[in-house]
Ligand binder design. Structure first.
Ligand code: CA
Length: 228
């Protein structure tokens, strides 16, 4: 069964070139030339992976990614212009799995596609809901609830909470969390973990009057087995 790749790219010649190369590799390929069509096809067309240009007419790539992540968890590789560090950082924060800077070699693109597809396959196996006390996390639907009350989490907040829940009672260092949630090549500030822990506490600890995420001073963070 060949993977289906959706290319969302408004530069027709580049899109056509990628399409031919992917087709040659045996992938099923579909194409969209603007953000709105791309989002529609991503939501309805069941692609296994999306190559998403950032600079797009209609909706830009980051906006497509943001809306997509509210609905679906599938691998996304951003195609970014050279030197647009902001796009890369916000793209990864918003849940892109990887990015590749134009101009790129087709070999590099193919290698990243293979890696992202492997990640996606591994992620979709872990679909059982995670529970801890009154907290429930459903990785398949990307929803979280405390005592039945839905909690709105961003993509990275969700991944961070999921990682802590999957490693219950095992203290996670900042480096471990950075690698698991932001990826090995994260280029931003290292205190991003602390910032996101604070976001999670604002959404969980404060409103529900609990202390879910414990700080282990000088080491990292942990969620305890019973959620207390
Ligand atoms: Ca473009």
């Amino acid at each position: 069964m060949s993977a289906h790749i959706l290319i969302v790219e408004d530069e027709a010649r580049l899109a056509r070139f990628i399409e031919l190369e992917l087709d040659h590799e045996g992938y099923t390929v579909s194409r969209a030339a603007d953000g709105r069509t791309g989002l529609e096809m991503a939501l309805t067309g069941e692609p296994d992976l999306i190559l998403l240009d950032v600079m797009l007419p209609g909706l830009n790539g980051l906006e497509v990614l943001r809306r997509l992540r509210n609905e679906k968890d599938l691998p996304v590789i951003l195609l970014t212009a050279r030197d647009s560090v902001m796009d890369k950082v916000s793209g990864l924060d918003m849940g892109a799995n990887d990015y590749i800077t134009k101009p790129f070699s087709i070999e590099e693109l193919l290698a990243r596609i293979r890696a992202a597809l492997r990640t996606g396959a591994a992620a979709s196996k872990k679909t059982a809901a995670l529970r801890c006390g009154a907290l429930e996390l459903d990785p398949a639907r990307h929803t979280a609830a405390y005592d039945g009350t839905p909690v709105q989490l961003t993509y990275k907040e969700f991944l961070l909470l999921q990682t802590l829940l999957e490693n219950r009672d095992i203290v996670q260092t900042r480096d471990m969390l950075l690698e698991k949630v932001w990826g090995y090549d994260y280029a931003g500030e290292t205190n991003v973990v602390d910032v996101y822990i604070r976001y999670l506490r604002q959404k969980l600890d404060d409103p529900f009057g609990v202390k879910l995420i414990h700080t282990v001073r000088g080491v990292g963070y942990v969620i305890k087995g019973d959620g207390a």
